[in-house]
Write a protein that binds this ligand. Structure first.
Ligand code: SAH
Ligand code: SF4
Length: 336
């Protein structure tokens, strides 16, 4: 698909045309990823953050948020329960929180790896040496969304961050043999269709193993609280187009999609997505991991996720759900 074609679909409001697009994405998903849906259990272990991203409720400037940190033992126990429920991937996510030492983070990864699961980290920008140590500790994958490919918009939304460094981090992660995920938000203030087309082209160009796509959801305790929420249809278009371009990247039906539409996860799974991320953070903490308000929450998230997958006539992935890209992580890989 050319950039013009991407733009055409991003701008289209014709129902029949969009139905065709979603159907095409579903066919591509089936051909390149099969009918397995992979479940990833996400543990949000700290909501402290040193950054001040304008869109996010965890930003350091938000003094209305009650903050928490889980200890290494506590994170391990939660991961153990999730592994016991059959999950084969644990995602560890947090704000950028320098409270944890590198060796504590490595210990967290190492112990969880002992549960026979894949470990994904989503803890923001760090040095090459940190990424290397965490990879050696056993981390398999890393999620670091670039949020928008529009450099000016990026600078506006992430005033204390560097666009160049974000991509440098993605490069480092890839060179260390991580399976790498990036992604964006759809419906950000001042975001153009052109930049959304560029986001999708960049997903393809970076040969990402995973792509996370979610609508922007305004948070009242942030500077962007007064802006409009990203639309479900716009988000589904980006999911579908990303599937068609990247073919076999793992694409989750995100919690953000479920937050703007109660049927959001099901819809995303029907137009390109092949991953669901049940939240296994203890409820006492999860309610304070308010990156945006009114986050969709399943009571018994693993059972609900399995139920959703089965109701679509698809099967729950039984392996680790590693990358489907050919240049995937080799066994016994030693980082440079
Ligand atoms: N601190 C790490 C990981 C936690 S934030 C990082 O920033 O990479 C995880 C994701 O939450 C971000 O990548 C962003 O895409 C999403 N997010 C934050 N605020 C949001 C909002 N208001 N609406 C939708 N998604 C949001
Ligand atoms: Fe921190 Fe990530 Fe939120 Fe930015 S998006 S404020 S880095 S948690």
């Amino acid at each position: 698909m050319t950039r013009d074609e991407l733009l055409y679909y991003l701008g289209s409001v014709r129902e029949g045309e969009l139905y065709g697009l979603f159907k095409a994405a579903d066919i591509v998903r089936r051909r390149y990823c099969g009918d397995e849906v992979h479940l990833r259990g996400i543990v949000e272990f700290s909501n402290y953050c040193v950054r001040n991203c304008l869109y996010c409720g965890l930003r350091r400037g938000n003094d209305k948020l009650r903050r928490y940190r889980m200890g290494v033992d506590e994170v391990y126990e939660v991961a153990k329960r999730a592994a016991g429920a059959g999950l084969k991937t644990i995602v560890l996510q947090s704000g950028e929180d320098p409270y944890y030492t590198l060796s504590e983070l490595c210990e967290m990864v190492e112990r969880i790896k002992g549960l026979d699961v894949a470990v994904t980290l989503s803890i923001g920008e760090r040095s090459y040496q940190d990424y290397r140590a965490l990879r050696l500790a056993g981390a398999d994958r890393y999620l670091l969304k670039f949020e928008t490919s529009d450099e000016r918009l990026y600078a506006l939304l992430k005033p204390d961050s560097s666009y160049a460094n974000r991509f440098k981090c993605l490069e480092h992660l890839s060179s260390l043999g991580y399976q790498v995920g990036a992604g964006n938000m759809v419906g950000l203030p001042y975001q153009s269709l052109d930049s959304l087309a560029d986001d999708i082209l960049l997903f393809e160009e970076l040969e990402l193993d995973m792509v996370g796509i979610g609508p922007f959801i305004p948070h009242p305790d942030t500077p962007l609280g007064g802006f409009d929420c990203g639309k479900i249809v716009a988000t589904l278009k980006v999911v579908a187009l990303t599937r068609i371009l990247t073919r076999n990247a793992h694409i989750p039906a995100t919690t953000a999609v479920a937050t703007v539409d109660p049927e959001g996860r099901r819809k995303a799974l029907c137009c390109g997505a092949n991953v669901v991320m049940p939240n296994v953070t203890p409820p006492v903490y999860a309610s304070d991991y308010r990156i945006y308000p009114k986050r969709a929450r399943w009571e018994d998230s693993v059972t609900k996720a399995k139920g959703l997958v089965c109701s679509l006539g698809r099967s729950v992935g039984r392996g680790y759900g590693d990358t489907l890209k050919e240049r995937g992580r080799k066994e016994g890989f030693t980082p440079p």
